[in-house]
Design a protein around this ligand. Structure first.
Ligand code: KG4
Ligand code: ZN
Length: 338
């Protein structure tokens, strides 16, 4: 079966064509990031307008790549949350139009679950006991996974998401938006041992909760002090980027492995834009090897927002769990892991 996936939750307009939930036949993605850059973050109105302008192009482009026509589509999958309300609505309207026009079922997909599915796309077996780590621009969570659709939340961030912390620190270091890729590049020429940033011990909540706002404030203090002392320069900036990245990665990797140990999971599945980070990928691989855990990460191209993961998970939900969405399906901007 050919599934058409639509993703418009934030600043990427994407349409994917996936066969039997596994093989990507076509994938079109246009980012509106360049239009947000001068504002230092995503402007919802600009994102929505771009989705409206680009969704038809992406649909035609993905079908052209796949060498297929709309008539070949047997299922439509669409992200319905979490994300920006107006942005989600554009994707939902497009998905419903195609579904009604073709008379094929519609399935709603949780964007966070789709990020985890990106690591499993192309695989035939879902591991029986696994822990999922979601590290995106808006979310940070550790979940116990029981099969494809059952999730138990183990921990989440108390303040900033990991990607958000990268974005905010990049702003403090005057590196622009989005922060993740540029911090990674800058950190590559810096000394991660120059500043030892620590993450706070969280007294209440679970041992797998995260907090990153303290480290962000600590970076701000260093920048201010260096500026006052007249020592703020490019070397300093690279060292701070490297020290920040190191501290965050150590925290994320340690908690993910500890969550696997606590649940007896043998597999760690990671999804969300931050897993595009090569230093984090290497560190997680090292730690998982040491703990005898199988590590599943998406290819870099499917780490950040895309529609192939939406089509892939949508197919599984429909085929395995017999899920079909009514036409009243609407945007759920605050949808969590459930
Ligand atoms: O999953 P995603 O594309 O969108 C959300 O669902 O939020 O994640 C975007 C986030 C941004 O915060 C971005 O800075 C971060 O992922 N990111 C990275 C890297 N590439 C993207 N963070 C660290 N290192 C990277 N290479
Ligand atoms: Zn995302």
């Amino acid at each position: 079966m050919i599934t058409l996936g639509i993703e418009t939750s934030c600043d990427e307009t994407a349409v994917g064509i996936v066969e039997r939930g596994r093989t990507i036949l076509g994938h079109s993605l246009v980012s509106s990031v360049p239009f947000h850059q001068r504002y230092g973050g995503v402007v919802p109105e600009i994102a929505c307008r771009h989705h409206v302008e680009l969704i038809t192009y992406c649909l035609e482009d993905a079908l052209r790549q796949a060498g297929l026509g709309l008539r070949d589509v047997g299922l439509v999958a669409v992200t319905y949350g979490p994300g920006l309300a107006g942005a989600l609505l554009v994707g939902l309207a497009a998905a419903k139009s195609v579904s009604v026009g073709l008379g094929v079922p519609l399935v709603g997909v949780n964007h966070l679950q789709a990020h985890l599915y990106a690591a499993m796309l192309g695989r035939t077996r879902w591991p029986p006991r696994a822990v999922g780590l979601i590290i995106s621009g808006g979310h940070t969570a550790l979940v116990r996974l029981e099969g494809l659709t059952r999730y138990t939340l183990m921990g989440q961030t108390r303040d900033d998401a990991v990607g958000e912390a990268f974005d905010k620190v990049a702003k403090l270091l005057e590196l622009g938006y989005p922060g993740g890729p540029v911090i990674e590049q800058t950190a590559a020429r810096g000394d991660p041992a120059r500043v030892r940033f620590t993450t706070p011990r969280i007294k209440s909540g679970t041992p797998w909760d995260f907090s990153f706002s303290g480290i962000k404030t600590a970076v701000l203090r260093y920048v201010e002090q260096a500026r006052q002392a007249g020592t703020w320069d490019d070397r300093h900036r690279a060292d701070l980027a490297a020290s920040f990245q190191h501290a965050v990665i150590e925290e994320v990797a340690a908690k993910a492995v500890s969550a696997c140990r606590a649940t007896g999971a043998r597999t760690l599945i990671v999804g969300g834009g931050v897993i595009a980070n090569q230093v984090l990928r290497r560190r997680l691989a090292e730690q998982c090897r040491g703990a005898r855990l199988a590590l599943r990460v998406p290819p870099v191209a499917l780490s950040t927002d895309n529609a192939a993961m939406v089509a892939g998970l949508g197919y599984q939900l429909h085929r395995v769990c017999r899920v079909t969405a009514p036409l009243t399906l609407t945007a759920e901007p605050n949808l969590g892991m459930r």
